[in-house]
Design a protein around this ligand. Structure first.
Ligand code: KIV
Ligand code: NA
Length: 276
């Protein structure tokens, strides 16, 4: 079933958790599609886990678009959101519209995600007005990791919690169709979810949000970097990768691959024929 904003709202109303995962390429998107993920995020975590940059702020809009378009080819049922990268949406609504239009037109995303609070209200309104679905993102906003002195839990003080709540309410009012809550106390995740009408998607925001998102490489344990407290590794793909690569290397070196019987072609009188 194709996921729409309406079906996401229905899941929220019915108390059915929404599932979201990141994908950065065609095959991963196809796997998410096949195995029942509701929403795919072509996230700017692309920068670290796929392209090897040291932070998301290195990623350009062109790089994002290139990956998002590949993801779109594999994502038919899930709702596809593309992250607007750092620097592509802070000069006001006109720039934001230009970047978001490129994400839809060239990146083939269905909606865009932006990190930030009330300073984004005008931009969210501008996008919503022209029919571009916006997913907001509050709490820990990794694009600002330097200003935040690292990837730290947000909203632990009364003042911090109030700011995040007010931002969430203002972004919903500006037209955001959903919002990511990242790395906040579970009580705040639950309270914001109870105050909003749009689905909240948590990552380190406790079990009472409308849905959960994780980075693909955290789920699969292919990412070797820091493991945040909110990450659960659901598979050991790194172990499988190691097995596959070392087995290939060993088999070539010891002469057991390719075998004459299974993986080699034979000479026949009419010539060298494939497939026999
Ligand atoms: O870029 C990303 O992967 C994200 C999430 C995990 C929310 O923004
Ligand atoms: Na992101």
């Amino acid at each position: 079933m194709t996921i729409t904003i309406q079906s996401l709202n229905k899941r929220r109303a019915a108390g059915t958790p929404v599932t979201m995962m990141t994908a950065y390429d065609f095959l991963t998107a196809r796997a998410c599609d096949t195995h029942g993920v509701d929403m795919i995020l072509c996230g700017d975590s692309l920068a670290q886990v796929c392209l090897g940059y040291d932070s998301t702020s290195r990623l350009t809009l062109d790089e994002m678009i290139h990956h998002c378009r590949a993801v779109a080819r594999g994502a038919s049922a899930p709702f596809l959101v593309g992250d607007l990268p750092f620097g592509s949406y802070f000069r006001g609504p006109n720039d934001t519209v230009a970047a978001a239009v490129r994400m839809l037109q060239e990146g083939h995303a269905e909606g865009v995600k932006m990190e930030g609070g009330i300073e984004l209200v005008d931009s969210v309104r501008a996008l919503t007005r022209i029919g571009i679905p916006v997913m907001a993102h509050v709490g820990l906003t990794p694009q600002r990791h330097t200003a935040l002195s690292g990837y730290r839990v947000q909203g632990r003080t009364a003042q911090g919690a109030r700011e995040i709540l007010h931002a969430a309410l203002a972004l919903e009012d500006a037209g955001a169709f959903s919002i990511v809550l990242e790395a906040i106390p579970h009580e705040l995740g639950a309270y914001i979810t109870s105050r909003l009408k749009i689905p909240t998607i948590g990552i380190g925001a406790g079990p009472w949000t409308s849905g959960q998102v994780l980075v693909y490489d955290d789920v699969m344990a292919t990412w070797l970097g820091h493991k945040a407290k909110f990450v659960r590794r659901f598979a050991d793909v790194r172990g499988e990768v190691q097995k596959g690569i070392t087995s290939f290397v060993d088999a070539v070196k010891d002469g057991s691959f390719p075998s004459m019987e299974e993986e080699s072609y034979v000479w026949v009188l009419s010539g060298c024929v494939a497939g026999s």
